[in-house]
Ligand binder design. Sequence first.
Ligand code: FNR
Length: 188
Amino acid sequence: MTKIAVLVGSLRKESFSRKIAENVMELFPDPFETEIIPIGDLPLYNQDFDDDGNPPHQWTTFREKIKEFDAVLFVTPEYNRSVPGVLKNAIDIGSRPKVDSVWNDKPAAIISNSPRNLSGFGANHHLRQSLVFFNMPIVQQPEAYLANVATLLDDNGKINNNDTVQFLQSVVDAFVDLITTFKANERN
Ligand code: FNR
């Protein structure tokens, strides 16, 4: 089994990002398993807690949880042309202590979206910048930017057109290939 952690960059009840994530999770083949990891209860990162060896229990639980996974899928909106604070806080928490970063060597994919035309390009690439630093191999192509995301979803939160499903399937396929190749190389 290959386990994929899904991090959603929005806490909003009706988040389009979460709905897209839930649709994408259904596109992974066996033996891939996906799980959304909650990030809304993580106290804001403060280096003092790590320096004192006394991190909040939510940080420790989050770090231990992410370590169980083989790869990470990020689905995020853009806030002010960048990564929403809640997601940046989660990746900062996972990145420390630096020698024990939970992100190191985990393959990743990013899907950004927006209700209008921008499609979260800024968030997508700012997030990518951090993942490069974390040494995460990232799906390069296809790049996944979803514009006008509200028009892609029906009233039940399901993607309402085959073109988008096929596009997202191609993203998942590329991610599955990346993870499979990466794991095979690790064994050799
Ligand atoms: C936004 N929004 C937004 N949209 C965008 O395309 N580019 C941006 O820079 C921003 N900036 C931004 C900042 C803040 C603080 C908020 C609250 C919102 C709009 C955003 O895309 C919209 O609210 C989405 O619906 C948020 O994603 P979820 O919650 O639907 O996943």
